[in-house]
Design a binder for this molecule. Structure first.
Ligand SMILES: Cc1cc2nc3c(=O)[nH]c(=O)nc-3n(C[C@H](O)[C@H](O)[C@H](O)COP(=O)(O)OP(=O)(O)OC[C@H]3O[C@@H](n4cnc5c(N)ncnc54)[C@H](O)[C@@H]3O)c2cc1C
Length: 419
């Protein structure tokens, strides 16, 4: 292999070029990035940068040391055979880049609601512009009570804005958490002094307005939308690659054409663990997948199939979540531990450690029919989380009664464990 092109200079793109050199690739290496700056981390955008604790989240990157031809401000516009077509700022077309190895790492873009002028948060520049707009006393409406919406609400309240979060689902983080779990995140908004309007469907947004489907309108000084992301695959439309909510790749991260791989938010990978196609959309995936893609591009035969992991810092709490509870779990069994009176997530047994209604710190585990940990959510319980994630990765079964007992360590709940 002599010429590798990496498209997208976010975390996944950076980890790919670093991985190539670390794994001994000595040929030509080009990194194309649509943004004008070098690779940077996105999780701080809605945390340290928005709150003013930090101005920058640049990742260490020395193109000379890595012998990378880095092209910031250059967008890949088309993939035609073994050529990536490009365009620089203000250009209709730039140089063609031919390759014998290609790694797609173009990440994702915010889902855009109808209407003009609302704000979105994906880039360094978005974060700085939003920070300037979040002034004490400003009326801020955030559309979406997902991970990002909650983080923006947290910072906006800290700054002293008047905050309303609107969400079409009946509970926060509804895309990832079932209502039985998500509803325990709702009181955090009121505690922080933010209004949370659930079951509110937004029809359109403007710079200072949110129009609801029922015909009513909410006015604000700042409107921010955080309703999810879409993989950045537009430029691949006629590439011949299979696209289905991302670039479809196998567990080896190969995109079905020799020498072409996809990593990070743009990849829709087959997971043997879940028997389903999954999209990472999380930092951990962009960090870890590239080493596997690189190994395989260089002739290896590795599989990438972790338990998905995300964290979120909201309303003074560290929320950590790992797993995929919805994937093919069969018939339901009763819940264990408080608040045990609740109905189950279909096909899953929920085991609570601590009571979310009474305790500041708690965790909840989803068990499948064989009492294996399908997912774990922990609120300020990093030990429970680390152990739970490890058990989920291992596929070991647990004893639900032991797991529900906060006096017993999560690790000791593994069936047959000596403690
Ligand atoms: C505000 C915010 C907070 C977050 N917080 C968390 C968190 O707390 N925990 C967590 O797990 N995850 C978090 N995430 C998600 C995490 O940041 C992403 O999963 C991660 O950035 C994905 O990395 P990536 O390299 O795949 O994609 P990206 O970071 O999106 O990078 C892709 C790059 O490719 C470029 N690009 C796109 N199209 C082209 C093209 N055609 N040609 C050239 N370049 C192109 C883009 O401009 C971008 O720079 C957060 C994301 C955001 C936006």
């Amino acid at each position: 292999m002599e010429r590798v092109v990496v498209v997208g200079a976010g975390l996944a793109g950076l980890r790919t070029v670093v991985g190539l050199r670390e794994q001994g690739y000595a040929g030509e290496l080009t990194l194309v990035g649509a943004e004008s700056r070098g690779p940077y981390d996105r999780p701080p955008l809605s945390k340290a940068i928005l709150s003013g604790k930090s101005d920058d989240s640049a990742l260490p990157f020395d193109p000379d040391e890595l012998r990378v031809d880095f092209r910031p401000g250059v967008r890949a516009t088309r993939l035609r055979g073994d050529v990536v077509e490009t365009a620089g700022p203000g250009e209709v077309s730039g140089p063609d880049l031919d390759f014998d190895g290609l790694v797609l790492a173009t990440g994702a873009e915010p889902v855009v609601l109808p209407g003009e002028g609302a704000r979105y948060l994906r880039t360094h520049d978005d974060a700085h512009a939003l920070r300037a707009a979040l002034r004490p006393g400003a009326a801020v409406v955030i559309v979406g009570a997902g991970w990002i919406g909650a983080e923006v609400a947290t910072v906006a309240r800290t700054v002293g804005c008047r905050v309303t979060v609107v969400e079409q689902a009946p509970t926060p983080v509804a895309h990832a958490l079932p209502p039985q779990v998500g509803r325990h995140l709702a009181p955090w908004y009121a505690e922080a002094g933010a209004d949370l309007l659930l079951d509110h469907r937004v029809a359109a947004v403007g710079p200072n307005t949110v129009d609801f489907a029922d015909g009513t309108t909410l006015r604000a000084d700042v409107v921010i939308v955080g309703v999810g992301v879409r993989p950045a695959t537009g430029w691949l439309a006629d590439s011949g690659l299979e696209l289905d909510r991302g670039v479809v790749v196998g567990a080896d991260l190969a995109a079905g054409r020799r020498g072409v791989y996809a990593v990070g938010d743009v990849a829709a990978r087959w997971s043997p663990r879940y028997g389903a196609r999954v999209r990472g959309e999380h930092w951990d995936d962009a960090l870890r997948a590239p080493a596997v893609a690189v190994a395989n591009l260089l002739g290896g035969a590795q599989t990438y199939d972790p338990v998905p992991y995300v964290w979120s810092e909201q309303f003074g709490r560290m929320v950590q979540y790992a797993g995929l509870p919805a994937a093919g779990l069969p018939a339901s069994t009763p819940a264990a531990g408080p608040p045990g009176a609740e109905p189950d997530v279909p096909g899953t047994q929920l085991v609570w450690r601590g009571d979310p209604a009474a305790d500041d710190r708690w965790s909840v585990f989803w068990l499948d029919q064989d009492a294996r940990v399908a997912a774990v959510l922990a609120v300020d319980q990093p030990r429970d989380f680390v152990a739970g994630r490890r058990i989920a990765e291992s596929g070991a079964a647990v004893d639900p009664a032991l797991l529900a007992d906060p006096a017993v360590s999560v690790k000791s709940s593994v069936a047959g464990s000596a403690g």
